[in-house]
Unconditional design. Structure first.
Length: 120
């Protein structure tokens, strides 16, 4: 069964998150596992997959998924959000890909949920 986790997405991404333009969030630590859910801005979201990747990969290939307007915008956002951990391109972090969950959605049957249970 999915767990409810806390994922703090900054207020500046409210619109992008609620409208499906921000579909991932890169964090220093693992916040949740595949299938876990979180609430943000009054809506529910499900983590689809968590990938460990270098920050430069996120900057150049996933900046739009992060809800940013450009690679430079992602770097500026990262630096502002993590003043004690400046942008280091080769540092590896955890990108949580997610999607919004609606009441009409069927229960999760993603194969990753089986992996998730094995990870616990």
């Amino acid at each position: 069964m999915p767990e409810v986790v806390t994922m703090d997405i900054p207020e500046c991404f409210r619109g992008a998150t609620l409208h499906g333009k921000k579909v991932c969030h890169t964090c220093i630590t693992v916040i949740g596992l595949d299938g876990d859910e979180f609430e943000a801005f009054g809506a529910r979201f499900r983590i689809i997959v968590v990938r460990k990747q270098r920050l430069d990969e996120v900057k150049y290939h996933h900046w739009m998924d992060e809800g940013c307007t450009s690679p430079a915008d992602f770097e500026a956002y990262w630096t502002a959000l993590h003043p004690s951990r400046p942008y280091r391109p080769l540092a590896e972090y955890h990108t949580h890909y997610f999607r919004r969950v609606f009441a009409s959605d069927p229960p999760p049957e993603h194969p990753a949920l089986r992996r998730r249970e094995e990870q616990r």
